[in-house]
Design a protein around this ligand. Sequence first.
Ligand code: 1CP
Length: 356
Amino acid sequence: MKDTKPFPVLKNDNLLRAARGEVVDRVPVWVMRQAGRYLPEFQELRKQHDFFTVCRTPELACEVTMQPLRRFDLDASIIFSDILVIPQALGLTVEMHAGVGPVLPQPINTPEDLKRLTPDGALSRLTYVGDAITMMRHKLEGRVPLIGFTGAPWTLMGYMIEGGGSKTMSKAKAWLSDHPEDTKLFLNLLTDAIVDYLEMQVKAGAQMLQVFESSAEHLTKEDFLLWAVPYLRRIRDELVDRLTKKAVPLVPITLFAKGAGHSLKEQSELGYDVIGLDWTVDPIEARALVGPNITLQGNLDPQDMYRDADELRALTTEMVHKFGKSRYIANLGHGITPQTPITSMDVLVEAVHKAL
Ligand code: 1CP
């Protein structure tokens, strides 16, 4: 039976206030992949359960989501899942291989293969994510907001064609020139599934959303504007439209397009509340490009987490000073890496909170 109890009142809403451009008590901080392999308790749980079993079992997904919050004074939680649950819901097999990452044994090789995808009913195969979100909202007891997320169309298309992660995305990029019309069909199909999925997450209790366009780094600026931006725009516009029509309160949305620092101005014109920056972008230049009405998120180099505490503290403080206290959410410039010393998390979080 669905849990219909009202959610606990939010106590620390600094993340949402920063996203909306309101005054914060302290600069909010969370870390991409904050639940994950650098935590021994995550590794331990993963020995007992397959990756997608964790995603599909709300109790396990909530346990893993909670793990970093038990250790660190973070200002947000992010539901444990993966961007590849959408390709799965569209009918592709996705396996998680230890030390390798996701593997799709029957990728989309040709436009003909798009017929294998099953968009009808895809959302009904993702209800477990909504169930985990609803359960997590209760378990959080209002401590911090809960973020939901999705992969963006180009990034998902890349994994679905390459059959997993790829250093070059060469096969997927070949589609852009060899099959432009089929690429549009593919990206539109993914966009539709993503809008459904995000709407479901908000209705289930997600208080903020992040769209991961992690593979933007493989595209030229011209290709990013052609093959990523229109679909990112449609995701945001259609989601806002649907939620508004159904009188569901809107939540802030973050766009994280890794490697797309060349198009910050263009990103800032898509209607997203927050733009996530990777570590290659200078905070002061980014602010000048996006203007005063967008919140920025980021962007410490994940590699800095391997420095000694004094260096990490100094770099974090310097970063926060560059961004300032208004319209800023502190984070790394990409996911925390598996070998990161756990103690660095405390140094990072404390340095952010003390910087201003
Ligand atoms: O065996 C394991 O436990 C695998 C490690 C792992 C984890 C912990 C993977 C495999 N995914 C996740 C969780 C995950 N993935 C989260 C959880 C919430 C949190 O942040 O704490 C999120 C948000 C993701 C999103 C994700 N998955 C992205 C976008 C973010 C990013 O890093 O750019 C991408 C590209 C993926 C694909 C993926 N899943 C896992 C791996 C190792 C990868 C990357 C593979 C590659 O491209 O090489």
